[in-house]
Design a protein. Structure first.
Length: 514
């Protein structure tokens, strides 16, 4: 469509924004050449429209039964007749596009958007034979771990409906551990695959950064964006990872080449003789439950009995890693997820112009309805960016290299590193109108062990330990970058040693959305 040229008042505002110091006469002089540049934008819009995809006519419905509030919408999109995932159902976190099926990313600012393309991981799951069963609820723009910020409703923990399910991949975790679906996809920028898996008693694997293409998922911050499998068993996580992994040529987060690997077959190698480093800085953290620490150490003992060696290791950088993550995840996300309308600019890859336009308009119109965690990101991240011009973000990204090296150095002596996924079990579900002093710790207080590996890019999986007070707790196993197979081998060995992971009790009545 024709783009109206800016009038003198708009040019004056732009002049003030950029501090160009143009006089009124100079601003008037710029009017015609600025208007002339708009022809290129109009032509690009015409060219794009000629090849833009059209959403397929897939059927979907509001969930008929939704005791945990885990479904956003349900559907049934069959995949290939044959393949490694044939006969399996999968829930797709609602920050990931499924063409023709509504997407909300847990937020009123995305509500009403219908994608025209499948995300790469959705395409790969369908090609492997999986049936997409629906979109699982996630937290508002995925920036919380407490499962109460999500729109249109919160997600409840299947072990105790009065407690949160973790986040932000809360719906995926609840659906998988209750057996409603066989598999689920989650996203992880600060622990959002692993934390709900720990709280709900499932398996959640955050792959090495760049191993699984993020194409078609709503970004938060390009350097920490991950997608990963969420399952009931380690073998299913390995099977699913083998389908999802690999370069798609459309995601700038990925290397140019990746050798294919059969992660399921790798489990058959076992883990006897592998070396475990038990990271001291991951235990006894502020707010941690000593009983959870004990459960994780007991899990390490089980791995010792299974033939692995284990000893304590100190990684001082782990204690400072949250400062690095906080700067990247606030200043970086304020720049990309908010001011950049999710995708930002200046990187190669496949963009989603329709989602950008929809979110850009609604982010302004419905900004008051964003969660308090997202508002914190916008206020803090934009302030430090304006104060330092981006220098704090630049410092944090440079320090991320040192953080990665600290883990790499430890992993030169050990095959994997372990610690609690979350230092406590699921807490009571909070109301949206809770005071900020309660809201923020409930939403973000559990990420201290998980978020560092989003910054460093190392793979990490959470598997259930023994129950703590009748609730699941998580053992987190991290490994060398692009050695996800070893991480999963250790997790599988533990799973076999304990005889599998328990399922939540049947809940006859819950207060979730129905």
């Amino acid at each position: 469509m024709a783009i109206p040229p800016p009038d003198a008042a708009r040019l004056a505002a732009l002049n003030e924004h950029h501090h160009f110091g143009l006089s009124d006469a100079e601003i008037a002089e710029y009017g015609p050449p600025v208007a002339a540049t708009l022809a290129a934008s109009e032509r690009v819009e015409e060219l794009y429209a000629a090849t833009a995809p059209v959403a397929p006519g897939r059927e979907w419905a509001e969930p008929k039964e939704n005791p945990y509030g885990a479904w956003y919408v349900t559907t049934s999109i069959p995949g290939a007749a044959e393949g490694p995932l044939a006969g399996k159902t999968v829930a797709i976190k609602d920050n990931i596009t499924v063409a023709g099926v509504p997407m909300t990313n847990g937020s009123r600012t995305v509500e009403g958007f219908v994608p025209t393309r499948d995300a790469t991981v959705v395409t790969r799951l369908l090609e492997a034979g999986a049936t997409v069963a629906g979109k699982s609820v996630c937290e508002d723009l995925c920036f919380s771990g407490g499962s109460f910020t999500s729109q249109p409703w919160p997600v409840r923990n299947p072990w105790d409906a009065d407690r949160n399910a973790g986040g932000s991949s809360s719906g995926s975790a609840a659906l998988v551990v209750t057996g409603v679906v066989d598999l689920a996809v989650g996203g992880d920028q600060g622990g959002s695959v692993r934390m709900p898996s720990a709280f709900c008693g499932g398996v959640g694997h955050k792959p090495t950064h760049g191993l699984v293409p993020y194409t078609g998922a709503f970004p938060i911050e390009q350097t920490i964006d991950h997608l990963g499998p969420m399952t009931r068993t380690v073998s299913d996580a390995a099977l699913m990872l083998g389908v999802m992994a690999g370069v798609d040529g459309l995601d700038p987060r990925q290397p140019t080449t990746l050798d294919p690997l059969d992660y399921l077959a790798a489990l058959g190698q076992g883990a006897e003789g592998l070396r475990i480093g038990v990271v001291g800085e991951g235990f006894g953290t502020p707010g941690s439950d000593p009983v959870v620490d004990d459960a994780v150490r007991a899990a390490v003992g089980t791995l010792r009995d299974a033939g692995l060696s284990a000893e304590d290791v100190s990684i001082p950088w782990h204690a400072d890693a949250m400062a690095v993550w906080n700067v990247i995840a606030t200043e970086g996300a304020a720049f990309q997820m908010l001011d950049g309308n999710a995708y930002g600019m200046n990187s190669q890859g496949l963009y989603d112009p329709e989602l950008i336009a929809h979110y850009a308009a609604n982010r302004i119109a419905k900004g008051a309805q964003l969660s308090k965690t997202v508002k914190l990101v916008g206020l803090s991240g934009r302030y430090t960016f304006e104060l330092g011009g981006g220098k704090y973000y630049a410092m944090a990204r440079n320090l991320a290299i040192e953080l990665r090296k600290a883990y790499d150095d430890a992993l030169s002596a050990y095959d994997v590193l372990v610690m609690p996924t979350v230092p406590f079990t699921a807490t009571p579900l909070l109301d949206l109108d809770a005071p900020l002093a309660t809201y923020l710790p409930t939403a973000l207080g559990m990420i201290g062990n998980c978020a560092p590996f989003d910054v460093s890019g190392h793979p990490a999986v959470s598997v259930p330990t023994g129950l703590v007070g009748g609730l699941p707790a998580g053992l987190m196993i991290a490994g060398k970058r692009f050695d996800d197979a070893t991480v999963l081998r250790v997790a599988h060995t533990y799973e076999q040693a304990v005889g599998g992971f328990p399922a939540p009790p049947a809940l006859t009545a819950v207060g979730g959305h129905a």
